[in-house]
Design a protein around this ligand. Sequence first.
Ligand SMILES: [Zn+2]
Length: 57
Amino acid sequence: MQVQQTQEIACPTCEETLAVPVPDEDVELKARPYVAAFGDYTTVECSSEHTVWVYFC
Ligand SMILES: [Zn+2]
C-alpha cells in the first residue's frame, strides 16, 4: 500500500508550517492566500484558520 506523499509549505499569512498531500514528490508547491483561475491546486487550513491555496507547478 502506497503512503501519501506530503510536502511542507508555510502559510503565507502566519508562516505556520503545513503538511500538504502531493500527487508527486517532485512537484513544486506555491502557496497563495487566494484562489486563482488556473492550475491544479488543493486547499489546506492552518491552525489560525487561514485558508491556503496550494498550487502544483
Ligand atoms: Zn495561517
